[in-house]
Design a protein around this ligand. Sequence first.
Ligand code: SF4
Length: 372
Amino acid sequence: MFSESPIKRKLTKKIWVGKVPVGGDAPIAVQTMTNTLTTDVEATVAQIKRIEQAGADIVRVSIPTMEAAEAFRLIKQKVDIPIVADIHFDYRIALKVAEYGVDCLRINPGNIGREDRIRAVVDCAKDKNIPIRIGVNGGSLEKDIQEKYGEPTAHALLESAMRHVDILDRLNFDQFKVSVKASDVFLAVDSYRLLSQQIDNPLHLGITEAGGARTGAVKSAIGLGILLNEGIGDTLRISLAADPVEEVKVGYDILKSLRIRSRGINFIACPSCSRQEFDVIKTVNELEQRLEDVVEPLTVSVIGCVVNGPGEALVSDVGLAGAQNKSGFYLDGERQKERIDNSDIVDTLERHIRAKVNKADETKRIKIQNIS
Ligand code: SF4
């Protein structure tokens, strides 16, 4: 039971990162970045597969050396998800990964150096239809901009971004997206606001170096929540000092909270108190773990007693309202005759949820068959 988000998104120019559209009316793409050694092909491929399974649309891989570019060639052959190559300065690496089928280059044209080198990269990107991401970061602004502004400010980040944008404009290249990340929420938000007023290319959102799993998720949710609510942003990456799979999950949680994208189960659960008729926290944690593989969007409410249980269950696909010994059970907002034994909640709910998911999959299959 998902209602549409009231957010009106700015209509940006659509570009393609491999098979994934970014910008325009495309869904806001969720990205993350590998943290394995790129030269360790096996470990990187394994991590990318986990990232893909978690629902990421795009993955970024850092390519610091030519050796990493050679590893990239092998990695690319073994995965399906579009890959963005993260490159700093060395234009030869950009040309190499382009030759090996990269889906996007994250490189700042202003950092490449000589004009002929910039032109070589941009011509190659044009030739092979590879978009570029300009990535400005509050922590690594150009020296002259740092001196001009004294400290990273939103206008400083904007000026840096526009410098790179102007180079691409001059070379008639418009297949690019831009990020202006900062670790400070206010600075990042202000920078993205300014940039969004200046260009119509897609924006890649992120609070950089946000922190550990919990603090980083909170910081990112606040920063990105403000921007997304203003209709700004076409793709996002949550930067956590944690497993990249967590970044993907948090990204989706932010989009789900704003009803922008749905994937998997949206759990509604009460915090529990002495009125609870079963252990709410244990039940929800176990269900979340067991149902991690579910992709179908579904709202499931697990509420400890009748104070809020029936009300939440009415607006859920599957609902449980705690009662003594046997709790009330709801499907599609309707109370069922069946009551669920409080000693068997997790197994029974999992069974019902999976049955619902299978039914939805079946309906989708029939619809597709009928269309084709
Ligand atoms: S719904 Fe019931 S059990 Fe849950 S927090 Fe509220 S009063 Fe407590």
